[in-house]
Design a protein around this ligand. Structure first.
Ligand code: TRP
Length: 472
């Protein structure tokens, strides 16, 4: 490649882009629900500990790998593999994983876009009916939304790192923060809202079972975009005088704060609608909450703010989720794009067309696996249950391979690239980090208990999802 590597224009640009990647649908919906069901404040506490003690070191490892090699994940692992073919496998996994996660995440984002458009068209009452979701996801309009979304995201990517990814993050992220805070401020003034806050925050340590701990850990890991090759890629766009530990901390803090704040929106909204609700009955899945449960709650707001007010509230919420999803998709689709450019020497445009063409087809396969096409709907049988193509992609790449990727990053950085080289890279831009307690902790943790933790999660997921065996 002749052209110089693209870089983020500023530290803030990098931080917003990485935070945009990390903040997604899960932060806004899955996290608040999981926290409420699993011990409130106690869950928040262990989640924060996982972020600091386990996720931050992995985040630094990925960023350092990318920045040191100035390459996409495949290239990064190859450069430092010392010629070993085996050590190049994590690179390929860090290419295929984001590629496939993007595929199923695209489909969910398409539904969010559809719900936003429907709400703006005055149809909130329809969205709030039980049958609508099924009808909507099986309607041909999903393909129109899919094309529109692909054009938007790839349009951002086509403008490059600084003018596309960074500029989009600088516009969209402040907007996301403002909308989120605005919605929270509005909903907290509503009757019974405070009950929701109580449910969300009051700690119940008895709920912290091994199962809860393992899913809190998995959630923290996924939420921060770890194991997806994204931070390796974004690290390669970082300038070397910028502090990796410092930036990683800000990104992790932002992601966690957004997830926390979303709880101050979701729970009060639900309790305003029904102060007697038993939150343990809420759906675990973000999709179940966003498309089946929340529309009913939004519609019920019409009693206090009228139908137009309720529709406006719902539309702003769907827009918020859409923005969060778009910045995540931008980051994840950039990984295969960067790989095609670095490894195959393609120009940005051609790489985008290539990735986009395959993804649109696979996303369409996912979209038709809710009844439109029988073969994709009943694609495989896992642990005795029918799984669609969509389910399979999610289970393999989101649930299973992510912790494996995280594990491989830790082992690679500490035992193949070696501690001393990793340290050297971290010190670049963070001179105070050398010899600090944090540095010793990061080195020790990455080489010992973090990979063990991730291995346990990996084994547990494989046993549960593929064989129906539950250890906890
Ligand atoms: N935090 C995201 C979520 O809550 C998960 C995620 C992180 C993600 N990075 C991503 C999803 C990139 C899609 C693409 O949903």
């Amino acid at each position: 490649m002749s052209a110089a590597r693209e870089h983020f224009g500023s530290r803030l640009g990098f931080i917003l882009a990485a935070a945009g990647s990390a903040v997604g649908i899960g932060n806004l919906v899955a996290f608040p629900v999981a926290a409420t069901k699993s011990g409130g404040g106690a869950f928040l506490l262990v989640y924060a500990l996982f972020v600091i003690l386990i996720c931050l070191p992995v985040m630094m490892a990925e960023l350092a790998l990318g920045r040191h090699t100035d390459k996409d994940p495949v290239g990064a692992y190859r450069t430092l593999s010392g010629g070993s073919k085996l050590w190049q496998i994590p690179g390929w996994l860090a290419l295929i994983t984001p590629f496939m996660i993007a595929v199923f995440y695209l489909v969910v984002t398409v539904w969010v876009l559809g719900y936003l458009v429907e709400t703006l068209g005055g149809n909130l009452d329809r969205l709030a009916t039980e049958a609508y979701f099924n009808q909507f996801i099986n309607s041909p309009s999903v393909f129109v939304y899919l094309i529109a979304l692909m054009l938007l995201i790839n349009g951002i990517l086509a403008l490059g790192v600084k003018d596309g990814i960074e500029r989009a993050a600088k516009t969209l992220m402040p907007m996301l923060f403002a909308i989120l805070i605005g919605l929270v401020a509005f909903v907290l003034t509503k009757e019974n809202a405070i009950l929701g806050v109580q449910y969300y925050l009051i700690p119940d340590f008895s709920k912290l079972t091994p199962d809860v701990l393992s899913s809190a850990m998995a959630q923290a890991f996924f939420s921060l975009s770890l194991g997806m090759g994204i931070l390796i890629t974004y690290g390669s766009y970082m300038e070397s005088h910028q502090s990796i530990p410092g930036s990683a901390k800000v990104v992790a803090l932002t992601d966690t704060m957004v997830a926390f704040t979303a709880g101050l929106l979701i729970l009060p909204t639900i309790f305003h609608f029904n102060p007697q609700i038993d939150p343990t009955e809420l759906s675990d899945s973000s999709a179940g909450m966003i498309f089946l449960f929340l529309p009913k709650i939004f519609l019920a707001l019409q009693d206090s703010i009228g139908y137009v007010g309720a529709s406006a509230f719902a539309a702003v919420f769907f827009f918020l989720v859409l923005v969060a999803a778009i910045t995540s998709l931008v980051s994840i689709i950039e990984v295969p794009v960067a790989t095609l450019r670095d490894e195959r020497g393609m120009d940005r445009r051609k790489a985008i067309y290539t990735v986009g063409a395959v993804q649109v087809v696979l996303a369409a396969f996912c979209a038709v696996s809710f009844g439109m096409v029988q073969w994709f709907t009943e694609f495989v049988t896992l642990a005795g249950a029918n799984k669609s193509f969509f389910d399979l992609v999610e289970i393999i790449f989101y649930d299973t391979i992510l912790p494996l990727n995280g594990l491989l990053v830790c082992l690679f950085v500490i035992y193949r690239w070696k501690k001393a080289n990793f340290d050297q890279e971290l010190q670049d831009g963070a001179p105070g980090f050398a010899g600090s307690f944090s540095q010793r902790y990061v080195n020790f943790a990455l080489g010992t208990f973090i990979p063990v933790f991730l291995l346990l999660i990996f084994i547990n997921t494989v046993a549960l999802k593929f064989f129906g065996i539950s250890f906890f």
